[in-house]
Design a protein around this ligand. Structure first.
Ligand SMILES: Cc1cc2nc3c(=O)[nH]c(=O)nc-3n(C[C@H](O)[C@H](O)[C@H](O)COP(=O)(O)O)c2cc1C
Length: 278
Protein backbone atom coordinates (compact mmCIF):
# COMPACT_ATOMS: atom_id res chain seq x y z
CA UNK A 1 0.00 0.00 0.00
CA UNK A 2 1.56 3.34 -1.02
CA UNK A 3 1.23 6.59 0.92
CA UNK A 4 1.70 10.20 -0.13
CA UNK A 5 2.01 12.97 2.46
CA UNK A 6 1.34 16.44 1.03
CA UNK A 7 2.50 19.15 3.41
CA UNK A 8 2.61 22.90 3.81
CA UNK A 9 4.57 24.57 6.59
CA UNK A 10 5.48 28.18 7.34
CA UNK A 11 7.68 27.75 10.38
CA UNK A 12 8.37 24.02 10.58
CA UNK A 13 5.69 22.60 12.92
CA UNK A 14 3.78 20.85 10.15
CA UNK A 15 7.02 19.86 8.45
CA UNK A 16 8.15 18.22 11.70
CA UNK A 17 4.88 16.27 11.88
CA UNK A 18 5.05 15.27 8.19
CA UNK A 19 8.66 14.11 8.53
CA UNK A 20 7.83 12.25 11.77
CA UNK A 21 5.05 10.39 10.01
CA UNK A 22 7.33 9.55 7.11
CA UNK A 23 9.76 7.97 9.58
CA UNK A 24 6.97 5.64 10.71
CA UNK A 25 5.95 4.89 7.11
CA UNK A 26 9.38 4.81 5.43
CA UNK A 27 8.07 4.16 1.93
CA UNK A 28 5.80 7.22 2.11
CA UNK A 29 6.49 10.12 -0.25
CA UNK A 30 6.75 13.60 1.27
CA UNK A 31 5.45 16.16 -1.24
CA UNK A 32 5.50 19.96 -0.72
CA UNK A 33 2.19 21.61 -1.63
CA UNK A 34 3.86 24.97 -2.39
CA UNK A 35 6.07 23.21 -4.96
CA UNK A 36 3.44 21.10 -6.71
CA UNK A 37 1.11 24.11 -6.94
CA UNK A 38 3.25 25.32 -9.83
CA UNK A 39 2.36 22.29 -11.91
CA UNK A 40 -0.73 22.24 -14.14
CA UNK A 41 -1.25 18.52 -13.83
CA UNK A 42 -1.56 17.62 -10.16
CA UNK A 43 -2.58 14.02 -9.62
CA UNK A 44 -2.31 11.93 -6.46
CA UNK A 45 -0.89 8.42 -6.97
CA UNK A 46 -0.83 6.89 -3.47
CA UNK A 47 -3.45 4.49 -2.13
CA UNK A 48 -3.37 6.63 1.03
CA UNK A 49 -3.14 10.38 0.71
CA UNK A 50 -2.55 12.76 3.61
CA UNK A 51 -2.52 16.54 3.99
CA UNK A 52 -0.45 18.13 6.78
CA UNK A 53 -0.70 21.89 7.36
CA UNK A 54 -1.09 24.63 9.97
CA UNK A 55 -4.41 26.01 11.12
CA UNK A 56 -4.69 29.59 9.79
CA UNK A 57 -7.57 31.70 11.06
CA UNK A 58 -9.44 28.60 12.30
CA UNK A 59 -9.29 26.97 8.88
CA UNK A 60 -6.96 25.53 6.18
CA UNK A 61 -4.16 27.74 4.77
CA UNK A 62 -4.55 29.55 1.43
CA UNK A 63 -2.15 27.25 -0.53
CA UNK A 64 -3.93 24.13 0.76
CA UNK A 65 -7.24 25.46 -0.55
CA UNK A 66 -5.62 26.34 -3.90
CA UNK A 67 -4.14 22.82 -4.08
CA UNK A 68 -7.40 21.03 -3.24
CA UNK A 69 -9.20 23.06 -5.91
CA UNK A 70 -6.84 21.75 -8.61
CA UNK A 71 -5.61 18.30 -7.60
CA UNK A 72 -7.02 15.15 -9.18
CA UNK A 73 -7.50 12.54 -6.43
CA UNK A 74 -9.45 9.94 -8.39
CA UNK A 75 -6.85 7.18 -8.22
CA UNK A 76 -6.48 7.30 -4.41
CA UNK A 77 -8.78 5.57 -1.90
CA UNK A 78 -8.05 6.71 1.61
CA UNK A 79 -7.61 10.31 2.77
CA UNK A 80 -6.39 11.79 6.04
CA UNK A 81 -5.65 15.33 7.20
CA UNK A 82 -3.51 16.63 10.06
CA UNK A 83 -3.83 20.23 11.25
CA UNK A 84 -1.16 21.64 13.55
CA UNK A 85 -2.32 24.61 15.57
CA UNK A 86 -1.68 26.98 18.45
CA UNK A 87 -4.77 25.86 20.33
CA UNK A 88 -7.99 27.35 18.93
CA UNK A 89 -10.92 25.47 17.52
CA UNK A 90 -10.24 24.18 13.96
CA UNK A 91 -13.04 24.38 11.40
CA UNK A 92 -11.23 23.31 8.22
CA UNK A 93 -11.93 19.58 7.83
CA UNK A 94 -15.41 19.92 6.27
CA UNK A 95 -13.84 22.17 3.60
CA UNK A 96 -11.34 19.44 2.64
CA UNK A 97 -14.13 16.87 2.64
CA UNK A 98 -16.20 19.05 0.30
CA UNK A 99 -13.36 19.28 -2.22
CA UNK A 100 -12.88 15.49 -2.10
CA UNK A 101 -16.63 14.84 -2.39
CA UNK A 102 -16.61 16.64 -5.76
CA UNK A 103 -14.47 13.75 -7.04
CA UNK A 104 -16.50 11.02 -5.31
CA UNK A 105 -14.03 10.71 -2.39
CA UNK A 106 -14.17 11.66 1.28
CA UNK A 107 -11.92 12.50 4.18
CA UNK A 108 -11.56 9.31 6.22
CA UNK A 109 -9.44 10.43 9.15
CA UNK A 110 -8.81 13.83 10.74
CA UNK A 111 -6.24 14.76 13.38
CA UNK A 112 -5.38 17.95 15.24
CA UNK A 113 -2.03 18.49 16.96
CA UNK A 114 -1.40 21.34 19.39
CA UNK A 115 2.02 22.88 18.85
CA UNK A 116 3.68 26.25 19.45
CA UNK A 117 1.93 29.38 18.21
CA UNK A 118 3.89 31.16 15.45
CA UNK A 119 1.99 34.44 15.32
CA UNK A 120 3.97 37.15 17.20
CA UNK A 121 1.51 39.91 16.30
CA UNK A 122 -0.78 38.58 19.05
CA UNK A 123 -0.60 40.04 22.53
CA UNK A 124 -0.77 36.49 23.92
CA UNK A 125 2.28 35.28 21.92
CA UNK A 126 5.26 34.04 23.92
CA UNK A 127 8.38 32.19 22.79
CA UNK A 128 8.07 28.61 24.11
CA UNK A 129 10.47 27.46 26.82
CA UNK A 130 12.63 24.33 26.43
CA UNK A 131 10.28 22.46 28.78
CA UNK A 132 7.23 23.47 26.74
CA UNK A 133 8.95 22.37 23.53
CA UNK A 134 9.85 19.02 25.11
CA UNK A 135 6.22 18.44 26.19
CA UNK A 136 5.01 19.27 22.68
CA UNK A 137 7.53 16.88 21.16
CA UNK A 138 6.37 14.04 23.43
CA UNK A 139 2.74 14.78 22.57
CA UNK A 140 3.51 14.86 18.83
CA UNK A 141 5.27 11.48 18.99
CA UNK A 142 2.32 9.91 20.82
CA UNK A 143 -0.11 11.36 18.33
CA UNK A 144 1.99 10.13 15.40
CA UNK A 145 1.73 6.56 16.73
CA UNK A 146 -2.08 6.86 16.68
CA UNK A 147 -2.03 8.41 13.21
CA UNK A 148 0.26 5.70 11.85
CA UNK A 149 -1.92 2.86 13.21
CA UNK A 150 -5.04 4.51 11.82
CA UNK A 151 -3.54 4.91 8.35
CA UNK A 152 -2.04 1.41 8.18
CA UNK A 153 -5.48 -0.09 8.81
CA UNK A 154 -7.24 2.56 6.72
CA UNK A 155 -9.52 3.24 9.65
CA UNK A 156 -11.96 6.09 10.20
CA UNK A 157 -10.92 8.63 12.82
CA UNK A 158 -12.37 11.95 13.86
CA UNK A 159 -10.25 14.00 16.23
CA UNK A 160 -11.65 16.49 18.69
CA UNK A 161 -11.45 19.87 16.92
CA UNK A 162 -12.42 21.91 19.96
CA UNK A 163 -10.01 24.39 21.44
CA UNK A 164 -9.94 27.88 22.82
CA UNK A 165 -13.01 29.82 21.69
CA UNK A 166 -13.63 33.56 21.77
CA UNK A 167 -16.34 33.47 24.36
CA UNK A 168 -17.98 31.04 26.77
CA UNK A 169 -21.27 31.89 25.09
CA UNK A 170 -21.98 29.99 21.87
CA UNK A 171 -23.68 32.88 20.13
CA UNK A 172 -20.69 35.19 20.57
CA UNK A 173 -18.47 32.68 18.75
CA UNK A 174 -20.65 32.51 15.68
CA UNK A 175 -19.58 35.78 14.01
CA UNK A 176 -15.78 35.64 14.66
CA UNK A 177 -15.61 31.97 13.68
CA UNK A 178 -17.05 32.81 10.27
CA UNK A 179 -15.39 36.18 9.87
CA UNK A 180 -11.81 35.15 10.70
CA UNK A 181 -11.46 32.40 8.03
CA UNK A 182 -12.98 34.82 5.52
CA UNK A 183 -10.49 37.56 6.47
CA UNK A 184 -7.48 35.22 6.24
CA UNK A 185 -8.50 33.74 2.89
CA UNK A 186 -10.01 36.67 1.04
CA UNK A 187 -8.49 39.76 2.61
CA UNK A 188 -5.25 39.32 4.58
CA UNK A 189 -3.24 37.72 1.74
CA UNK A 190 -4.07 40.73 -0.47
CA UNK A 191 -3.57 43.54 2.07
CA UNK A 192 -1.11 46.02 0.55
CA UNK A 193 0.89 47.02 3.58
CA UNK A 194 0.86 44.03 5.86
CA UNK A 195 4.58 43.49 6.57
CA UNK A 196 7.49 45.92 6.66
CA UNK A 197 11.18 45.64 7.48
CA UNK A 198 12.65 48.00 10.07
CA UNK A 199 16.16 49.43 10.54
CA UNK A 200 17.48 46.06 11.85
CA UNK A 201 17.26 44.63 8.30
CA UNK A 202 20.71 43.64 7.01
CA UNK A 203 19.51 42.75 3.50
CA UNK A 204 20.49 39.07 3.94
CA UNK A 205 17.59 37.89 1.73
CA UNK A 206 16.48 34.98 3.97
CA UNK A 207 12.90 36.32 3.85
CA UNK A 208 12.92 36.12 0.05
CA UNK A 209 14.40 32.62 0.20
CA UNK A 210 11.81 31.15 2.60
CA UNK A 211 8.71 32.86 1.16
CA UNK A 212 6.67 29.95 -0.30
CA UNK A 213 4.46 32.17 -2.45
CA UNK A 214 7.44 34.03 -3.94
CA UNK A 215 5.86 37.32 -2.96
CA UNK A 216 9.14 38.80 -1.70
CA UNK A 217 11.86 40.21 -3.93
CA UNK A 218 14.94 42.11 -2.71
CA UNK A 219 15.12 45.71 -3.93
CA UNK A 220 18.02 47.92 -2.81
CA UNK A 221 18.87 45.22 -0.25
CA UNK A 222 15.44 45.41 1.38
CA UNK A 223 12.48 43.01 1.08
CA UNK A 224 9.64 44.15 -1.14
CA UNK A 225 6.28 42.36 -0.81
CA UNK A 226 4.96 42.40 -4.39
CA UNK A 227 1.36 43.62 -4.55
CA UNK A 228 0.24 41.39 -7.41
CA UNK A 229 1.12 38.12 -5.62
CA UNK A 230 -1.06 36.68 -2.84
CA UNK A 231 0.61 36.12 0.51
CA UNK A 232 0.12 32.62 1.96
CA UNK A 233 0.06 34.16 5.48
CA UNK A 234 2.55 31.58 6.78
CA UNK A 235 4.80 34.13 8.56
CA UNK A 236 7.97 32.33 7.44
CA UNK A 237 9.56 35.69 6.51
CA UNK A 238 8.77 37.16 9.90
CA UNK A 239 9.86 34.18 12.00
CA UNK A 240 13.04 33.22 10.12
CA UNK A 241 14.45 36.76 9.89
CA UNK A 242 17.71 36.45 11.88
CA UNK A 243 17.54 40.04 13.18
CA UNK A 244 13.76 40.09 13.87
CA UNK A 245 13.55 43.03 11.47
CA UNK A 246 10.25 42.06 9.86
CA UNK A 247 7.16 43.50 11.50
CA UNK A 248 3.41 43.55 10.91
CA UNK A 249 1.69 46.92 10.73
CA UNK A 250 -0.87 47.69 13.42
CA UNK A 251 -4.34 48.25 11.98
CA UNK A 252 -7.24 50.19 13.48
CA UNK A 253 -8.93 46.88 14.28
CA UNK A 254 -5.81 45.10 15.59
CA UNK A 255 -2.65 46.25 17.30
CA UNK A 256 0.43 44.30 16.25
CA UNK A 257 2.89 43.26 18.94
CA UNK A 258 5.67 42.07 16.60
CA UNK A 259 8.20 44.78 17.66
CA UNK A 260 8.08 43.66 21.29
CA UNK A 261 7.46 39.92 20.97
CA UNK A 262 10.07 37.33 20.00
CA UNK A 263 9.90 34.93 17.07
CA UNK A 264 9.11 31.25 16.64
CA UNK A 265 10.59 28.92 14.08
CA UNK A 266 10.35 25.22 15.03
CA UNK A 267 13.62 24.27 16.78
CA UNK A 268 14.53 21.63 14.17
CA UNK A 269 13.49 23.64 11.10
CA UNK A 270 16.00 25.64 9.08
CA UNK A 271 15.37 28.35 6.51
CA UNK A 272 16.66 25.85 3.91
CA UNK A 273 14.00 23.29 4.93
CA UNK A 274 11.26 25.86 4.43
CA UNK A 275 12.77 27.16 1.17
CA UNK A 276 12.91 23.62 -0.26
CA UNK A 277 9.09 23.53 -0.34
CA UNK A 278 8.99 25.54 -3.55
C1 LIG B 1 -1.77 33.83 10.03
C2 LIG B 1 -1.83 32.78 11.09
C3 LIG B 1 -3.06 32.42 11.61
C4 LIG B 1 -3.13 31.44 12.62
N1 LIG B 1 -4.35 31.09 13.08
C5 LIG B 1 -4.45 30.17 14.06
C6 LIG B 1 -5.73 29.80 14.56
O1 LIG B 1 -6.77 30.27 14.12
N2 LIG B 1 -5.77 28.87 15.53
C7 LIG B 1 -4.65 28.27 16.04
O2 LIG B 1 -4.79 27.44 16.93
N3 LIG B 1 -3.43 28.60 15.58
C8 LIG B 1 -3.30 29.51 14.59
N4 LIG B 1 -2.06 29.85 14.10
C9 LIG B 1 -0.88 29.14 14.62
C10 LIG B 1 -0.44 27.99 13.73
O3 LIG B 1 -1.53 27.23 13.29
C11 LIG B 1 0.53 27.04 14.45
O4 LIG B 1 1.56 27.72 15.07
C12 LIG B 1 1.04 26.00 13.45
O5 LIG B 1 1.47 24.85 14.14
C13 LIG B 1 2.17 26.53 12.59
O6 LIG B 1 2.57 25.52 11.70
P1 LIG B 1 3.79 25.68 10.69
O7 LIG B 1 5.01 25.90 11.55
O8 LIG B 1 3.85 24.38 9.98
O9 LIG B 1 3.51 26.85 9.81
C14 LIG B 1 -1.95 30.81 13.11
C15 LIG B 1 -0.72 31.19 12.56
C16 LIG B 1 -0.65 32.17 11.58
C17 LIG B 1 0.68 32.54 11.01
Amino acid sequence: MSTEIYYFSGTGNSLYVAKGLQKLIPEADLIPIAGVLKSDNMKTKGDNVGFVFPCHGLTIPIPVRKFLKKVNVKSSDYFFAIATRGGSIFRGFPIIDKFLNKQGKSLNATFVINMSMNDPKLKSFTVPTKEELKDIEINVQQKLEVINKTIIHQEKYQDDISGVTFSRFGLFNYIPERLIPFLVHRVAGKVKNYFYSDSKCTGCGICEKVCPSQKITMEDNKPLWQRNIDCYMCYACLNFCPTEAIQIYSKIYMKSYTPERGRYPHPYATADDIARQK
